[in-house]
Design a protein around this ligand. Structure first.
Ligand code: MG
Length: 291
């Protein structure tokens, strides 16, 4: 290559970089903080009362448990009709275990997950949250565990998409799960499954224990990330201790994240006061997360 050719190639490369940074800038403007909450955290004597409070406080998503969900579809749909609140993710609620040496346990898990996926689809949910293996479940050798999981995810991801929803695999921390702790690992599993229904989430509480960088974790998760759990370092409302969210929010902005960030935490003090305070804290953190 002559020097002139080299310079021409360099010019093309920098033009490509400029295009790349334009695309990045577009992603940044696309990212949006949509706050959600698990049902049990919001105070209120009825579902209607809880939803009215969520609307007032600027909480747009409702995360519900998967157990018995098929019997709640009508109730949830009518309570949400005409409001700004939508169903976000469905949190677990199935039986059995996907990573087990016992096929009957795996089959029980797939069957009950499918039942919840049907209801999740009817509710327009962003996905069904599942943890591949907890510490209380008998471990398998790691390579075998990963294969057993991926073999089943092909079928489950296809089923999820046929229902109009997706799977959301959740990494926990070492005190709760022996198998999956890092968002990058979850993303690598999604990449290997290679199906639009096989996706994942991140939880700020577990991330605080396991990840070296919140931003790096979300960047690794990239297009596979479709849900986030919000909790402080001590698993309380964001803003109730020293946990900082700006590094993670930078990562979410960089990947153009548009799905829900949902409270999964305890509350210190009066919920009527503390929840709206936490929503404001999160919006401030989001605005401070400059990239
Ligand atoms: Mg969680």
């Amino acid at each position: 290559m002559t020097r002139r050719e080299f310079l021409m190639v360099g010019g093309l490369a920098s033009a490509a970089l400029t295009i790349g940074s334009d695309a990045q800038a577009k992603k940044q403007t696309d990212a949006v903080l949509r706050i959600s909450s698990q049902e049990g955290i919001i105070p209120g004597a009825s579902l209607q009362e809880k939803i009215a409070k969520m609307e007032k406080w600027g909480i747009e998503g409702l995360e519900v448990g998967g157990r018995g969900l098929k019997d709640r579809v009508k109730e949830l749909k009518s309570a949400l009709a005409g409001t700004n609140v939508k169903i976000s993710a469905i949190c677990a609620g199935f039986e059995g275990a996907l990573i087990s040496e016992d096929e009957s346990e795996r089959e029980k898990c797939r069957r009950s997950m499918k039942e919840i996926l049907i209801a999740a689809g009817e509710l327009g949910s962003t996905g069904l949250i599942f943890v591949p293996a907890f510490n209380h479940q008998k471990p398998l050798p790691f390579v075998e565990a990963r294969k057993v999981l991926i073999d089943q995810l092909h079928e489950l991801a296809e089923y999820a998409v046929s229902c109009g929803t997706r799977l959301l695999m959740e990494p926990l921390n070492r005190n709760e799960a022996w198998f999956l702790r890092l968002l990058a690992d979850a993303a690598a599993i999604c990449r290997d499954v290679n199906h639009p229904g096989a996706c994942m989430m991140g939880d700020f509480y577990h991330m605080c224990i396991e990840e070296t960088s919140d931003m790096g974790a979300f960047l690794s998760a990239g297009k596979y990330l479709h849900h986030v759990h919000l909790a402080s370092r001590t698993r309380k409302l964001p803003g109730q201790d020293d946990r900082d969210f700006t590094d993670g929010f930078r990562g979410l902005k960089m990947i153009g994240y548009k799905d829900f960030c949902s409270f999964e935490c305890g509350v210190v003090g009066d919920r009527e006061v503390e929840i709206p305070k936490s929503v404001k804290f999160l919006r401030d953190q989001w605005n401070k997360a400059v990239i």
